[in-house]
Design a protein around this ligand. Sequence first.
Ligand code: PMP
Length: 352
Amino acid sequence: MSKFWSPFVRDLEPYVPGEQPKMARLVKLNTNEHPLGPSAKVIEAIRAAADERLRLYPDPDALELKDAIATYYRVKTDQVFVGNGSDEVLAHIFFGLFKQDRPLLFPDITYSFYKVYCGLYDIDYRPVPLDDDLAIDPADYSAPNGGIIFPNPNAPTGRLLPLDAIETVLAANPDSVVVVDEAYVDFGGDTAIALVDRYPNLLVTQTLSKSRALAGVRIGFAVGDAALIEGLERIKNSFNSYPLDRLAIAAGKAAFEDDDWFQRGRELVIEERETLRHALEGLGFQVLPSAANFLFCRHPDRAGADLAAALREQGIIVRHFGKPERIRDHLRITVGRPDQNRELVQALTELI
Ligand code: PMP
């Protein structure tokens, strides 16, 4: 690292994304991508947008996409913010909403980018331990705080909070913003977007990377009270006025308009998840109930690191975090295509 960087940058601990290996034949179950390719209508829309208009800047407000999201969720367009993946939306949120003299609260086992943004933006935070079943207890989120964030379902556990539990957190914290990161909500949860008109302190983020199979395009969004959204727009316009390019805007709009593809994709993932869960339990794994497109599990007789390494030797990649100690032996396994899931189970049957 060059000496020209400040000590602050030299000490930053960046997020380490899941591996994106180049090997040709791989069963890639490590980064929670959708097992299917996106809707054919999305690909058509990208093709149709790829013409001479690419010399022009895109709509800085991505209005066509915001309108499609607003229509889908029955909210107003000024309640929607869009960004280049939900990681970028979260970056704007952390930058502007959580810089307070009280700590941000989030679960001790959760999406590791939260801690990274706290480092980048110098935000004080306090991890809140999950309960004995690795679930979020809403009663634990009542201490004085400068904001609250958690994924629902949580990652990497897959465990879901029902909307009434989210309301408990919202009602207990009228003076702080509660961000519900719904990256995986379409695989089994109810969206808290239904609550935004009643709670001006609620911001819900979602992504098209998972349930709409568009991780490679980078589209995320937030829905909340228009006054909260206004601040995100201000930050965006002070940073990059055009976060979504023309192809992404076209793709996102088409994705929300093809509900048939979306529903079929969700159903496949949910069905496969339950089949895989039963198969893993049959091999002696302890598997947490999951409302996401992945399973979080451990085998009582086998170290997680060893299992992940042995699978890797056979070209099957799953995610092993190893830390903190409580999840040392857990694996997070993305639900793949039926043939990939069968290959995983076959490999595990031989290993155990
Ligand atoms: N939130 C959670 C909980 C996630 O797991 C992810 C995916 N790594 C994201 C947000 C970010 O997704 P994206 O930037 O692809 O929208």
